[in-house]
Write a protein that binds this ligand. Structure first.
Ligand SMILES: [Fe+2]
Ligand SMILES: [Fe+2]
Length: 125
């Protein structure tokens, strides 16, 4: 993972590393593997978001609503392009090639980082 995306919360960083790995494979895959990898990316994103949401609830994180809203927007968008790609594969490719990584990166930098800072604050004595 590029250092600017490291949050130093190992469980969050490993979810993000896994996402980047799936993302790299879909970006470079054959047409035949594209939709299955897209499904894998959606399933992983659901798991990744549910994991963070469980932590936020458990720790009564102050910024939970904004974070939940952003997760649901990102996931809905991913599913929207997946559905589009079923009929028009080029839509799916352009989402992956031009758009999806930037969205992920901004989420980690702007939103996940707030949660990470909050969690670090809890462990300080
Ligand atoms: Fe995340
Ligand atoms: Fe998140």
């Amino acid at each position: 993972m590029s250092t600017n995306l490291k949050l130093n919360i190992p469980e969050m960083d490993s979810k993000h590393d896994e996402f980047i790995e799936i993302f790299e494979s879909i970006r470079t895959c054959t047409d035949e593997n594209f939709m299955p990898l897209f499904e894998k990316m959606i399933a992983h994103t659901k798991e990744h978001f549910a994991f963070e949401e469980a932590i936020m609830r458990q720790q009564a994180f102050y910024g939970i609503q904004e974070h939940l809203d952003e997760h649901s927007a990102l996931l809905n968008e991913m599913i929207y392009f997946y559905e589009k790609a079923k009929r028009i594969p080029a839509f799916g490719r352009s989402y992956i090639n031009d758009y999806a990584y930037g969205k992920f990166e901004r989420h980690v930098i702007n939103i996940d980082s707030q949660l990470a800072m909050f969690l670090k604050g809890l462990t300080e004595t």
